[in-house]
Design a protein around this ligand. Structure first.
Ligand SMILES: [Fe+2]
Ligand SMILES: [Fe+2]
Length: 361
């Protein structure tokens, strides 16, 4: 995502926002959107959050701007949505503050952040650039690995390792929400899905305080879990509708195809091969390809399965809109006892805490 010098006003008071926007435009470019709209592809320098009708939605927007290290001014008569992180300026004014006060506060923020942006060592701006660059690099590495798998060439274990490290660092520095926002702009759905599942896995591993080597093993396995899809015909993989029974049978070969492919190449440990082969297994034996049950399904697989399902439900598909995080999670709770109840609870606590109220995407 790129960033320009503009101001973005997110407001549920269109008339007041339009007047404010006109005044701001005398000094700096300004855009207005409603709270349910998506974040523009070009990030602003400073944001105004004026969402009095829905405090949760206001909090979501503030958190999102924090994630991108964008300074924000919240107009509210309630308690501010969140505390500012050290690296991000956040101001709060009453919703009915005089427009001159709002403009003075806003322009002070713009001045500060324009200066920061001009500076070569502007850490907040550099962070945004860093995560976008990491995402671009990770996409390139994942694309290379999947293309190699699709054409029968060996995958580079070194490149997979580098991609995994990039994801671990990006999620650790900026959080899962920012990672998801950044990779959303990549339109190759299989790569985006792999990066998203790996991002969730990175956040899950860190949240569970796994040893660093185990966090890496988990994220790496998540990155590769669908590698077998590189061998599925594109007409089936990208079909914009329901699959026929025959097509579904082909699609369901991807765990075995992927595990066989990595095993034949060598250099991938049993745990990774297990994740690739078993990530569609369910604890009650209703999954595939082997109908494994309970204790036969390793923890590493259970972790990736949860990340995989949540990621798939919240991704856009040609035939359906993404589910909001809360709905996706509720649906997964309805899947118990097919999923690991303890791990699902932990997933909510350590991964989704910050994104569960994300009703904006
Ligand atoms: Fe899969
Ligand atoms: Fe998947």
């Amino acid at each position: 995502m790129t960033q320009d010098n503009s101001v973005l006003i997110v407001s549920d008071r269109p008339q007041i926002a339009a007047l404010l926007c006109r005044a701001v435009e005398n000094v700096v470019a300004c855009r207005c959107i409603e709270p349910r709209e998506a974040l523009p592809a070009t990030l602003p320098l400073v944001a105004v959050v004026d969402v009095s009708g829905d405090p949760r939605l206001a909090a979501t927007w503030i958190a999102r701007f924090h994630g991108f290290r964008i300074a924000s001014l919240q107009l509210t008569n309630q308690a501010p949505a969140t505390r500012g992180r050290a690296a991000v300026a956040t101001r709060t004014l009453p919703a009915d503050a005089p427009r001159t006060t709002v403009l003075a506060t806003l322009f002070a923020l713009v001045d500060t952040w324009q200066a920061a942006r001009r500076s070569a060592v502007a850490a907040p701006v550099r962070k945004v650039r860093d995560i976008a660059e990491r995402a671009r690099a990770a996409v390139g590495l994942v694309a290379g690995a999947f293309q190699a798998a699709g054409t029968g060439r060996p995958l580079s274990a070194e490149e997979i390792d580098t991609g995994t490290e990039l994801i671990l660092e990006a999620v650790s520095d900026s959080g899962i929400r920012t990672w998801l926002d950044v990779i959303q702009s990549h339109d190759q759905q299989l790569y985006q899905h792999s990066l998203s599942v790996a991002g969730y896995a990175a956040a899950f591993g860190a949240g569970l305080r796994l040893a660093r080597a185990d966090q890496k093993r988990l994220a790496r396995a998540a990155l590769l879990h669908d590698v077998g899809k590189a061998k599925i015909p594109l007409a089936i993989l990208n079909k914009p509708g329901c699959l026929t029974d025959e097509e579904m049978a082909v699609m369901r070969t991807h765990p075995v195809v992927g595990a066989d492919l990595l095993a034949a190449q060598g250099g991938f440990d049993e745990a990774t091969l297990g994740v690739v082969r078993y990530h569609h297994e369910m604890l009650d034996g209703s999954g595939y390809p082997d109908g494994l049950k309970g204790a036969a399904i390793p923890d590493l697989v259970r972790l990736v399965t949860i990340c995989d399902i949540h990621s798939a439900l919240t991704e856009r598909r040609p035939y359906r809109d993404p589910l909001p995080h809360a709905e996706a999670y509720a649906l997964m709770q309805g899947m118990l006892p097919r999923l690991d109840a303890d791990l699902l609870g932990a997933f909510r606590r350590v991964v989704l805490q910050g994104v569960l109220d994300d009703a904006v995407a």
